[in-house]
Design a protein around this ligand. Structure first.
Ligand code: SAH
Ligand code: SF4
Ligand code: F3S
Length: 483
């Protein structure tokens, strides 16, 4: 067999891109390409790109320069641009003469042939969008480090055409993937030791599989099937669209403990006038009703959102409505952006980008300040509560501690199980109830974490489930102890 070529891919953008990179590694592995994490030893250097905002694209232009420095030293290196920016800019990327290969999101099956055909005077491009490609038969090569949580794309594309958004142009029409291949993939990752799957789509609630002679499969049905694989497999999903999230989905979530109680529900704006111009097909009132229903069916359900500041014609009054909606809902966290005009979108064609940059920045800062306050409130409300956490690995801040998410998606940091009998000193001085007192009060020695250590319970490892009690927090992390 010919010597393996080394493939290096940088991934930008959303979780779907992360999963697409895993699909690309899988396709190219079958053709003799081995993954490397070192650009300086790679034969092929690629970026899987995002076009959602201008700064996402500017970053890629910078990376293309960096890739070309590699090519100066090693002229045989092949440089490829994949994903949404490849789709949007097409041969404009080749015209720079700094890129050898351009492939859009539906063209990854052709990568082996394209790479084989690349020559200095013959760059390759395939940006054809498909009506049916879902890469359903391809088992992605998992690139996450912990081996705990896997992404599974359940659909591709988007039919919504929100006026600000480039995604329908870069990813094409919406298509759902055969549910049997989704369940099979979830079973495979569970068998390989993963404990959590996140089902991905731009608008998961419009997932629909139709097949002659069989009943339609909706997103609620799909969730049910994946949840039934094992109570030890957690199920998450993103992204929900407020206009489409149904009671059936909420009821399915409520029925299954292993479907995590967290919904990412991008609101974008709190003003009906702006929502209308954005072509979001819901109103402020509808959004608030959906939130009320979520909280009624699942008290304590995590709720996060996306917000855009300074969309075309946004007034101070519209902006105030966004702030008041955020105040009213109290999201746990939010992704907050300044509006960035994307060429070719409906907004770019129809509406002037007329909120001046300084005003956009000021409004965004007000939105961020409000959200920081609400995040702290939301995290504080969990102090004293107990959660089951799925251990992901060492905490980033303090590698001696562990981190993992509660069902509501909040990150928890907590100590490793102590293996030295009586060594629970790390909990003291943090204003917490020392474990020793706790166990003495309970009068049950086996509940004592340190004693558990003494009974030689193994240290916690990624993929374990553990019970914790929250003792403190920041606005982004719950600080907890083992119970
Ligand atoms: N499918 C998801 C969002 C995909 S894009 C949904 O419908 O909610 C992720 C987020 O990027 C969006 O929710 C939006 O807040 C933001 N975004 C998209 N286009 C943008 C633009 N032109 N300028 C600023 N933010 C944008
Ligand atoms: Fe973009 Fe709207 Fe589709 Fe989300 S639903 S990807 S914001 S067009
Ligand atoms: Fe970006 Fe494409 Fe995802 S534009 S957000 S990578 S779908």
């Amino acid at each position: 067999m010919a010597q393996q070529r080394k493939l290096y891919i940088e991934t930008y953008g959303c979780q779907m891109n992360v999963n697409d990179t895993e699909v690309i590694f899988s396709i190219l592995a079958r053709h003799g390409y081995a993954r490397t994490e070192r650009m300086d030893e790679a034969d092929v250097i690629m970026a899987n790109t995002c076009s959602v905002r201008d700064n996402a694209e500017q970053r890629i232009w910078g990376r293309i320069e960096v890739f070309n420095q590699q090519k100066k030293a090693r002229p045989d290196v092949v440089i490829g641009i994949l994903g949404c920016m490849a789709e949007r800019l097409k041969d404009q990327l080749l015209e720079t003469r700094k890129v050898d290969l351009v492939a859009g999101p539906d063209a990854y099956r052709s990568l082996p042939d394209m790479l084989a055909a690349v020559r200095p005077d013959s760059p390759q491009i395939n940006v054809i969008l498909s009506r049916d490609e879902t890469y359903a038969d391809i088992s992605p090569v998992r690139t996450d480090r912990s081996g705990v949580s896997a992404f599974i794309s359940i659909m591709r594309g988007c039919n919504n055409v929100c006026s600000y958004c480039v995604v329908p142009y870069t990813r094409g029409v919406e298509r759902s993937r055969d549910p049997r291949t989704i369940v099979r993939e979830a079973c495979e990752v569970f068998a390989n030791g993963y404990k959590e799957v996140t089902l991905l789509g731009q608008n998961v609630d419009s997932y629909l599989w139709k097949e002659e002679g069989l009943p339609d499969v909706t997103f609620a049905d799909l969730l049910e099937r994946v949840a039934q694989i094992s109570p030890r497999l957690r199920v998450r999903f993103a992204t929900s669209n407020p206009q489409d999230i149904s009671d059936a989905v909420l009821e399915t979530m409520a029925r299954h403990d292993n479907i995590c109680k967290h919904i990412h529900l991008p609101v974008q704006s709190g003003s009906d006038r702006i929502l209308g111009k954005m072509r979001r097909r819901y109103t402020r009132e509808w959004y608030l009703q959906r939130v009320a229903r979520i909280r009624e069916l699942m008290p304590g359900c995590g709720l996060t959102t996306d917000v855009i500041a300074g969309f075309c014609s946004e007034t101070e009054e519209d902006h105030a409505q966004t702030l008041s909606l955020m105040e009213e809902v109290g999201f746990d966290t939010a992704f907050m952006f300044q509006y960035s005009e994307r060429p070719g979108t409906i907004a770019a064609r129809k509406y002037p980008d007329d909120v001046d940059p300084a005003t956009k920045t000021r409004r965004l800062n007000e939105i961020i300040a409000l959200q920081n306050r609400k995040s702290l409130e939301s995290y504080r409300a969990d102090v004293g509560k107990r959660f089951t956490v799925l251990v992901e690995g060492p905490s980033k801040r303090n590698p001696a501690e562990l981190c993992g998410r509660a069902s509501n998606n909040k990150m928890c940091v907590f100590p490793q199980r102590s293996s030295v009998p009586g060594n629970d000193g790390h909990l003291q001085g943090e204003g917490t109830l020392p474990c020793r007192m706790h166990s003495a009060r309970q009068g049950v020695l086996s509940l004592h974490p340190a004693r558990e250590g003494a009974l030689a319970l193994p240290p916690l490892k990624p993929g374990d489930y553990v019970e914790v009690e929250v003792v403190d927090c920041t606005s982004a992390t719950l600080l907890a102890r083992l119970v």
